[in-house]
Design a protein around this ligand. Structure first.
Ligand code: AGP
Length: 607
């Protein structure tokens, strides 16, 4: 998605803005631009290029000590030079960078055109620039003009506005699209993501929806759109610049897969209670009585977060014997769901900013549903709006393909299931078994990561496949879905996940020697059934790659990816790791851009 950076202070702004854009590249974009004050005007450089090329276009930059910059992911209008941000009004006095989508863009365009404005671009953002310019007449401050302009605007936005006549000031506003201010010593930063700021400051202020801020080098002032002061103090973010560096890895996905054991150890810290064979989740404001009153659990998330939610639902059902399910938040928000007061809703998101998941949270809260957030990014919209929940502690995740955050999600759901189980009928013995299983999971994940070279060889053997099936049964079905998702996402090889027993009801027709199946075969009570599924595939000539900790009959499969034994309920978490490595190495062999797959963005902050 789009990225925003702004700076006002005493240093040369251009290098800071370009570096900020570079840090946001992982979010996905198709054009980039920058505006800095120069000789009473704003000098705008923008094009449908990568940030590196923008750097070449800008050159050494001007001596300006303030400016705004943007990476755009096209929504209104194609990814062209003219549609890149910053967008300006006709007189070129105002420049605006904008994340989000205006819902009344057509109406605004028609109205402004009728008033004599000629639009230079196809973007919705340009309307904001014209509205602010018009509102300057009669406004004493830029903030006032922005406030007036935003009264006409409907939809989602995070914006930064600059006025050529006030180069030492930036006005920022947020409604549905993240904005964070960075507070420095005699300098202020603004960005859509802390990744762009942490090189300079850890002291941040998150804007809420409906909030506006004016930034000068020495100060910031926050208020509501209705001009009521919201006086906010800065908080300290627990990430720093090194979290956004490759540390010798070739790409972030590789680094983040290898960070999983430590990420899980952090998610574990202080959360296992061996004495009472349960979990401690301090962030959830529910005591034992409230936990017992829960009659069902529903997980809501998008993409991989939704698949992790499916793993969570299975764990809750198995360990707590409570009805549980997962649903894509993107569907839930649009289908007028019946909200049950006795259901615990769990909104799950790495970024905490996914628009569909946030909308589901708001719909739930509006209808009185009880919702907790399971989120990685501290201070994100979902974390703040849920008010309570579980932090994943995975550290920043940069690669578009989520790995360590998804693993931490499933892991946190296992803790939640254990907690819910132990206030019900999960025995001490079984609770202890799960506690021990969770405690050993980081080491088991390290063991799987240590077999990376073997997995790479398997990926190499199947690099020419035109498509693949990922097959799982019952508790491993969501892990199969996540495996297919990872392969699709980063290799662009078609991959489809199926429940093992559903194959014979249709998809078996696609099986032949050119269609490999990756089959998850845990050493559990369903082993014989899974062997039966493999035999059905083999009988139709389909190659089979088994991901397994079981002893399979000799010669049954074409390739085996071995994983260690875990506690059986936790198998789906462990079996996800080799699927990540498999997708990664296959994509690598196909020469794909691992961290920035085509058409995708790291956090989907628009519908
Ligand atoms: C994961 O690899 C995907 N990039 C995607 O499905 C992602 O999980 C989804 O967009 C949800 O993101 P979130 O966790 O930030 O809400």
């Amino acid at each position: 998605m789009c990225g925003i950076v702004g700076y006002v202070g005493g240093r040369k702004a251009t290098p800071i803005l370009l570096e900020g854009l570079h840090r946001l590249e992982y979010r996905g974009y198709d054009s980039a631009g920058i505006a800095v004050p120069h000789r009473s005007r704003l000098k705008v450089t923008k094009a449908a290029v990568r940030v590196g090329e923008l750097r070449d276009l800008v050159g050494d930059g001007l001596p300006a000590t303030s400016g705004i910059a943007h990476t755009r992911w096209a929504t209104h209008g194609e990814p062209t030079d003219v549609n890149a941000h910053p967008q300006q009004d006709t007189s070129k006095r105002i420049a605006v960078v904008h994340n989000g989508i205006l819902e009344n863009a057509d109406e605004l365009r028609a109205r402004l055109t009728a008033d004599g404005v000629t639009f230079a671009s196809d973007t919705d953002t340009e309307a904001i620039a014209h509205l602010v310019a018009a509102a300057l007449d009669g406004a004493e401050t830029l903030e006032q003009a922005v406030r007036t302009a935003l009264q006409d605007v409907e939809g989602a936005y995070g914006i930064v506005v600059m006025d050529a006549t006030r180069p030492g000031e930036l006005v920022v506003a947020r409604n549905g699209s993240p904005i964070v201010l960075g507070v420095g010593d005699g300098e202020m930063f603004v960005a859509s993501d802390v990744a762009a700021l942490v090189r300079y400051t850890q002291s941040v202020v998150y804007l809420d929806d409906g909030e506006l801020a004016t930034l000068t080098a020495d100060d910031y002032r926050t208020s509501t759109l209705q001009a009521r002061s919201t006086a906010k103090s800065p908080t300290t973010v627990d990430v720093d610049d090194t979290d956004f560096q490759l540390d010798g890895y070739d790409n972030f996905m590789h680094k983040e897969m290898h960070e999983q054991p430590d990420a899980i150890r952090r998610a574990l810290l202080g959360r296992l209670d061996e004495r009472f064979a349960t979990a401690r989740l301090g962030g959830i404001n529910l005591d034992a009585r409230a936990l017992r009153a829960v009659r069902s659990v529903k997980f809501l998330g998008c993409g991989s977060a939704y698949y992790a939610g499916q793993i969570g639902a299975n764990l809750v059902e198995e360990l707590a014997r409570l009805p549980a399910d997962a649903e894509p938040a993107s569907e839930f928000r649009y289908r007028n769901p019946v909200i049950d007061g006795d259901t615990l809703y769990v909104a799950v998101s790495q970024s905490g900013e996914t628009a569909d998941t946030l909308a589901a949270v708001r719909e739930l809260q509006r209808k009185g549903g009880q919702v907790i957030g399971v989120v990685n990014v501290v201070g994100s919209a979902i974390a703040r709006e849920c008010g309570h929940g579980v932090l994943l502690h995975s550290g920043p995740e940069v690669s578009v393909a989520s790995t360590k955050a998804v693993t931490s999600m499933s892991f946190s759901f296992a803790l939640l299931a254990l907690l819910l189980g132990r206030v019900r009928d999960l025995s001490v013995a079984n609770g202890t078994r799960i506690v021990q299983g969770l405690a050993t999971l980081p080491d088991l994940i390290s063991d799987v990561l240590a077999t990376e070279d073997e997995i790479a060889k398997v990926a190499d053997r199947f690099r020419d496949a035109r498509g693949m099936f990922f097959i799982g049964r019952v508790r491993c079905w969501p892990a199969a879905r996540e495996g297919a998702q990872k392969l699709k996402e980063i290799s662009y090889v078609h991959a489809e996940a199926y429940q093992a027993s559903e194959l014979k009801h249709g998809p078996l027709a696609l099986i032949d020697e050119t269609m490999p199946s990756v089959v998850l075969v845990p050493d559990d009570e369903l082993l014989a059934k899974n062997i039966g599924t493999i035999e059905q595939i083999k009988a139709r000539g389909g190659p089979v790659i088994a991901v397994t900790n079981a002893e399979l009959p000799h010669g049954l499969v074409d390739a085996e990816i071995r994983v260690p034994h875990a506690t059986r309920e936790l198998d789906p978490i462990l079996l996800t790791i080799p699927l990540q490595l498999f997708a990664y190495h296959l994509a690598l062999r196909l020469g794909r851009d691992i961290d920035k797959p085509r058409n995708l963005a790291k956090s989907v902050t628009v519908e």
